[in-house]
Design a protein around this ligand. Structure first.
Ligand SMILES: C[S@@+](CC[C@H](N)C(=O)[O-])C[C@H]1O[C@@H](n2cnc3c(N)ncnc32)[C@H](O)[C@@H]1O
Length: 259
């Protein structure tokens, strides 16, 4: 029986993510990511497209804090793509350093999404986050090639459902898929589609989706506000680092040269 989702009983919703990065466009969805791990209690999480690791580390943080027996895998070439742009090696090495704390249950798979497929048995993935190249063709291919890997309780997340410019086509796939499953689309943070694909979805996930779908405006307002808090924290920490750097630089400049 469906029950109303009650955010007050959540252990994760008020948490701030440890992994923040100013260049990630995913920051505002981290509160939902952590809540979803709590509701779904996934046995396996796979992320396609990780870059700085903001989304991925928020899943890992929730797994860690809730002490779940979840296996997490992030797949990325860590080279970039036409939408994310092509970036330098330090994106990977910095994430590797932060990620050390999750190594007991998580792995960064540095390869293409296709190369990673054989590592996962059929019907084994409970949570799949698709965030690679965002053209319609690419995201459809990612969904279809990974579809056989989804379990009976699987949830799929699609980022950038609200982007319609610059060749982004997630919105089109979302329009095709979302009428066929329990689903909800967050409109802030470039859009995040939540699709309960598995035929035997977990009841807490169904409760959340039913409550959100019956109350879309207040659900979107709540998660946008929670997301803005994380975005502001990201900016605050960045400014603090900048001013610490500025102070160090000023101190070095004022130091007399020794002979
Ligand atoms: C938008 S970024 C991911 C952002 C990330 N989820 C976050 O939290 O900010 C997309 C990433 O997908 C990766 N990518 C795109 N297509 C890929 C493919 N076919 N195989 C492996 N990595 C891919 C790129 O290297 C890039 O790092």
């Amino acid at each position: 029986m469906t029950e109303v989702f009650n955010p007050l009983v959540s252990r994760t919703l008020s948490q701030l993510p440890h992994r923040l990065h100013r260049k990630s466009s995913w920051t505002e969805h981290t509160p939902f990511a952590m809540l979803l791990v709590e509701l779904l209690q996934p046995r396996t999480i796979v992320e396609l497209g990780t870059q700085h690791g903001v989304s991925y580390c928020s899943f890992c943080q929730a797994v860690d804090e809730l002490q779940l027996p979840t296996r997490c895998r992030a797949v990325d070439t860590w080279k970039g793509d036409a939408h994310a742009t092509y970036y330098k090696e330090s994106v990977y090495t910095e994430l590797l350093e932060h990620h050390r704390r999750y190594e007991s249950f998580s792995q960064l798979l540095r390869m293409t999404f296709d190369e990673a497929l054989p590592q996962f048995p059929a019907a084994s993935v409970d949570l799949l986050h698709i965030d690679g190249l965002h053209t319609y063709e690419a995201v459809k291919k990612d969904y279809e090639t990974w579809r056989p890997k989804l379990s009976e309780r699987a949830v799929v997340l699609f980022h950038d459902t609200m982007e319609t410019q610059n060749g982004f086509g997630v919105h089109q796939l979302w329009r095709e898929l979302s009428p066929n499953f329990p689903a909800f689309n967050f409109e802030h943070g470039h859009g995040l589609g939540v699709l309960a694909v598995g035929a035997q979805a977990q009841q807490p996930v169904l409760d959340f989706l039913a409550t959100a779908s019956a109350n879309p405006a207040s659900t979107r307002a709540l998660f946008a506000a929670l997301g803005r808090r994380v975005q502001l924290e990201t900016e605050k920490q960045w400014l603090a680092r900048q001013s610490a750097f500025g102070r160090t630089l000023a101190a070095l400049k004022s130091k007399p040269h020794s002979a």
